[in-house]
Design a protein around this ligand. Sequence first.
Ligand SMILES: [Zn+2]
Length: 88
Amino acid sequence: MTDWFGKRHDAPVYDDGAEVPVPVGMACWYCKERIKADDDGFQIPALMDVPQFDPPEYGPANYHRWCLFRMILGPRLTDAALRKHYGG
Ligand SMILES: [Zn+2]
């Protein structure tokens, strides 16, 4: 399940998830920048198998909306879509 935060857009990816509070201050797992109050994006269950979680724990991985698309589609396809959409 992919939960979402911030603005909901008209796309099927939002249909099966739930709206969650914007995880302000948490790091985006793709770009590592902190999520801001006016960001939108997704939360995905993740296994945090890192030394500070012993044993490993499940928790949400936060992604900015376009960062998740970059992770799935790759930066070339995502950036081409952004240029087409925004005319850049
Ligand atoms: Zn990001």
